[in-house]
Ligand binder design. Structure first.
Ligand code: HEM
Length: 315
């Protein structure tokens, strides 16, 4: 026991000595320090105080909390994707593990979307949403960051411009043609919706800086490097395909279902808070967003967004 204690004391002494600190001072601090409590560690009081409904409707907190839960899952995902992009020595085994985690998070999101689709009273939803204008999940910066982490901007431009901009390198030029920019532009006038104007005011500069920093280093590039070096594995390919499908087909389909449940109405659909033509904008078969196109067969790409039962592996 004594020698175990000494080993640790020596290790601590060495640690503090490096920065010219005295271990004894830190031990004095430790004697004074209170025990860590669960609620302080995870900032529980703060977390539970972050819901501020704009109306008195019973179901509005559900809408707020499920968005917050989703943003936390997005953050978990970005935590893994950033590691893939920024870590040196990321091999296929580690990258597979990172993407496997991302798939677990998106699976949890897919499985829980019924909290939105079936979990709120439609009448209440249609009332409280009017107090939220012009805010929209469209303004989720983390959702856009996940996309920029995974694929070069060329693949995220609107499908109508994707081919002509396949070789474009300029971030500002590409940024103007991103699919979501067109989605939130009023077709008749060419004007941006207020939702888009405000989103850009807050995030456009940061997005472009981040895209420039990640140029040539996205998850897609990392995988191309491994393929070129002959180090791509079947396991990584499976996880990459599953992730592409989760983010670009399954989540958008679950999300679209909630828009249909609440906004579809005869004779005319309810207008979206973000002002997009949501029936055309949200279905994944319209946007055809694919992070890793070289991993899918032409037949699979042609059927994108129409839910094949299980993707076959493109060897
Ligand atoms: C009842 C539930 C929901 C409805 C009716 C709904 C509706 C919509 C609509 C109509 C849009 C298109 C943009 C617009 O014009 O506003 C949109 C976009 C979006 N929403 Fe939701 N939404 C719901 C729940 C959620 C949740 C829980 C999240 C999680 C963060 C979310 C995230 C997003 C994102 C990221 C977009 C942009 C999608 C894209 O650009 O392809 N939404 N939503």
């Amino acid at each position: 026991m004594e020698s175990e204690l000494k080993t640790r004391i020596d290790a601590l002494e060495a640690k503090y000595a490096v920065s010219g600190q005295a271990l004894l001072d830190y031990l004095d601090g430790l004697v004074e320090t209170d025990y860590l409590k669960y609620w302080d560690y995870i900032h529980l009081d703060t977390l539970l105080s972050l819901q501020s409904p704009r109306t008195k409707h019973h179901d509005e907190p559900i809408f707020i909390m499920y968005h917050q839960i989703t943003e936390l899952y997005f953050k978990l995902c970005l935590h893994e994707l950033k590691d893939v992009i920024e870590s040196e020595g990321m091999d296929a085994t580690l990258m597979e593990e990172r993407l496997r985690r991302c798939n677990t998070y998106f699976k949890a999101l897919d499985n829980s979307f019924s909290i939105m689709v079936d979990g709120m009273d439609r009448k209440q939803f249609l009332k409280f949403r009017m107090a939220l204008l012009p805010a929209s999940g469209f303004q989720s910066a983390q959702y856009r960051m996940i996309e920029m982490a995974c694929a070069p901007l060329n693949q995220l431009v609107h499908i109508d411009h994707r081919q002509e901009m396949a070789e474009e390198k300029d971030v500002t030029t590409l940024f103007k043609k991103l699919y979501w920019q067109s989605g939130a532009t009023i077709a008749a006038t060419g004007e941006k919706t207020l939702t888009l104007i405000q989103f850009e005011e807050k995030y456009a500069a940061g997005f472009q800086a981040q895209a420039s920093q990640w140029a040539g280093r996205t998850v897609s590039h990392r995988m191309a490097d491994l393929t070129e070096a002959g180090k791509m594995t079947e396991g990584l390919r499976e996880q990459a395909r599953a992730f592409d499908r989760h983010v670009n087909v399954l989540w958008p389909l679950s999300h679209y279902k909630s828009a249909v449940r609440y906004l579809a109405k005869k004779p005319a659909d309810v207008r979206a808070t973000g002002g997009t033509n949501w029936q055309k904008y949200l279905p994944p078969r319209m946007q055809l967003r694919i992070f890793f196109p070289h991993m899918w067969t032409q037949t699979e790409k042609d059927a994108w967004g129409t839910l094949p039962s299980k993707p076959s592996v493109n060897k």
